[in-house]
Design a binder for this molecule. Sequence first.
Ligand code: SF4
Ligand code: MG
Length: 334
Amino acid sequence: MSAMLQVEGLTKHFPIRRGVLRRVAGTVQAVNDVSFTVGEGETLAVVGESGCGKSTIGRALLRLLEPTAGRVTLDGTTVTDLAPDAMRAMRRKMQIIFQDPFGSLNPRMTVAETLAEPLLLHELATPGDVQDKVGALLSTCGLQPWHAGRFPHEFSGGQRQRVGIARALATRPRLIVCDEPVSALDVSVQAQIVNLLKDLQAEFGIGYVFISHDLAVVRHMADRVAVVYLGRIVEEARADALFAHPRHPYTRSLIAAAPRPDPTQRNVSAPVEGDLPSALNPPSGCAFHPRCPLAQDRCRTERPALRQVGTSRVACHFAETSEAGDSRPEAAPS
Ligand code: SF4
Ligand code: MG
């Protein structure tokens, strides 16, 4: 049986134009040959440092940004082949939740108007029953029916994100791209929103592409994790396997850099060493080589393919050898 969502070879390049003639002066290779699947009711987390192309992956797969190449299939329909009219209808099944619901909600529209719009547009409500459906959506997302008359600025950050989720849920989507949905919220509120997303997934079988740089949240939320470096997946694995046995040196530095959830442990978190190189001029060979503690000559010239190693997919020439643990960069006792 094929997965609900299949993404194959997704690529997004942005030409950089300069001068009065707007000549193409270079290309930002934001997303390169990204492939993954998401099953019904499954969460695939996409993690990596900011600027690594995570959000572009989310937007390109929804065609909010037109992909340069690649194929996206949802429930057997090739989304990337759809003409604009068919794509508008397809949008119903593929929604997005943003980091900052303040920026994505119209400040001049009440919550009732914000939620009624997609319901009426996709004929999921009639003018006669739309208010009831808005009320039901609000209570599904942990708000009260009387919140319907309010404007975005009258809510707290967490409540506003609940409105953003209600709007995404209005069209009964199969897939929701969650782009850093809790990064702007207080830690206590983060847990509530993450649990709401999990509850909705259990109830409606929604698939999530969960974009985040916060590994603590990812650990709680994800079934599988794709680690992205400079627009390419460098490791993909089940979440438990990835956290227990990270195979790619970049995954290991990300985990080592994450704050420890256990306060009794000395906090040895440190940012991943070195800066993320520019996607305008990515390094040759393995793009991670300038920052990789295990880099060899071969890494500077030959790009490692993403290949199956055990139950994971890993793009490192030495995924098997480094797995043994003898050269693990974070193996030193803390
Ligand atoms: Fe490091 Fe080489 Fe593996 Fe890249 S291929 S992650 S540079 S060891
Ligand atoms: Mg982003």
